[in-house]
Design a protein around this ligand. Structure first.
Ligand SMILES: [Zn+2]
Length: 216
């Protein structure tokens, strides 16, 4: 079984849901960087105090401190059964440091689970969403058509497109994500650790696919 896992994926790809499902099914520790910082600060470890001093000044916590915290966290005994690293690494420097430290503490990364979203498909899906102005029932111009175009099946109210299903804003977010993570994905691909999954298949199917892959 692959038990030491890095989880990656763009906003809206269902990373949070998958992490929760995997944690329950495989009894892995879910380590998000936010929680890790909070725990270390609460426990007042040396690195926790150091991180806090940067945060208090409104500065970014430097890489060596974050990397130190990851090492400290992954060394804890609850990670024996495996862990799900979420939100780290974000840069190539961090990925290289993680590679080194995970060997030092004998917790080598088994796999990088990457949620792949065909951006165009994601944008198409979101831009096709419609909502009833009257009762809030959801529709989709392709996958969940009302019987009469533009009219709610349930109450006869008019269907409209919500402002936050804004295609342009979503496109920009996704483009940033892709350019930021490309070097990381290439790095893990070269190491033979990258496993990509199409996240648009639906929550349950995605979970089943990732689970059976990890259990192999
Ligand atoms: Zn309605």
């Amino acid at each position: 079984m692959k038990k030491n896992i890095i989880l990656m994926g763009p906003p809206g790809a269902g990373k949070g849901t998958l992490a929760k499902q995997l944690k329950e099914e495989l009894h892995l520790v879910h380590i998000s960087t936010g929680d890790m910082f909070r725990d270390a600060i609460k426990a007042q470890t040396e690195l926790g105090k150091l991180a806090q001093s940067y945060i208090n000044r409104g500065d970014l916590v430097p890489d060596d401190v974050t990397i130190g915290l990851v090492k400290e966290r992954l060394s804890q005994s609850d990670c024996d059964a495996g862990f799900l690293l979420d939100g780290f690494p974000r840069t190539l420097v961090q990925a290289e440091a993680l590679n080194k430290l995970s060997k030092e503490i004998s917790r080598e990364i088994d796999v990088v689970v990457n949620l792949d979203c065909d951006n165009d498909e994601l944008v198409r899906r979101i831009s096709g969403r419609r909502v009833c102005k009257n009762c809030g029932a959801p529709y989709h111009v392709i996958t969940m058509k009302p019987k009469v175009e533009g009219v709610c099946d349930l109450c006869g109210g008019p269907l409209y497109q919500r402002k936050d299903d804004n295609v342009e804003a979503l496109k920009v977010r996704l483009e940033h994500y892709v350019s930021d993570t490309k070097p990381l994905l290439d790095y893990y691909k070269d190491l033979g650790l990258l496993a990509s999954f199409n996240s648009l298949v639906g929550k349950e199917t995605l979970f089943d696919e990732v689970c059976s892959f990890l259990k192999k």
